[in-house]
Design a protein around this ligand. Structure first.
Ligand code: FE
Ligand code: FE
Length: 165
């Protein structure tokens, strides 16, 4: 499609995110199920709830802009989830699997952080403060999740995974 303005690019990028979030809604329960560490399991479950909120926030922005949220497939999220699936199919002990799950989840969060940071900034540039604030709320939750995963990895999970069984 031909895009003539930053406004159109913003809408396209939000469609990409909308599809990415919906893909993630299906993947997170599987990751929670696969996690052994109770805090990690909980982190995935909490982020699943937040992700439902991310979808709803995007829907609200689309409504406000009078646009449809559908029509795009996020190939990047599809690839990240596919790699995660491949890892989850490997034969690993529980601690190693938890470390692998964190790495897959952080790749996803970093992708979301990059994308939300971009659309938030575009909304600001376009003078749409309300949209910028809404996108910032999601960006903050993605950031918090990423930080929590780092904390879990550094405080215990990677250490346990590094221990010989
Ligand atoms: Fe999200
Ligand atoms: Fe996320």
């Amino acid at each position: 499609m031909e895009m003539e303005s930053l406004q159109e690019l913003l809408v396209e990028e939000m469609r990409d995110l909308y599809n990415a979030e919906n893909q993630l809604l299906k993947a997170l329960p599987k990751m929670a199920k696969k996690a052994s560490n109770p805090q990690l399991k909980k982190a995935f479950e909490t982020h699943l709830k937040e992700t439902e909120g991310h979808v709803q926030r995007l829907q609200r922005v689309f409504e406000k802009l009078g646009k449809k949220p559908t029509g795009k497939k996020c190939a990047a999220m599809e690839g990240l989830i596919e790699e995660g699936k491949e890892m989850m199919a490997e034969d690993m002990d529980e601690d190693t699997m938890d470390a692998a799950l964190i790495s897959a989840a952080q790749k996803v969060e970093h992708y979301e952080i990059a994308s939300y940071g971009t659309v938030r900034t575009w909304a600001q540039l376009l003078g749409d403060e309300q949209t910028a604030r809404t996108l910032q709320q999601t960006l903050d939750e993605e950031g918090k999740t990423d930080k929590l995963l780092t904390d879990l990895a550094e405080s215990s999970i990677n250490i346990e995974a590094a221990q010989p069984n």
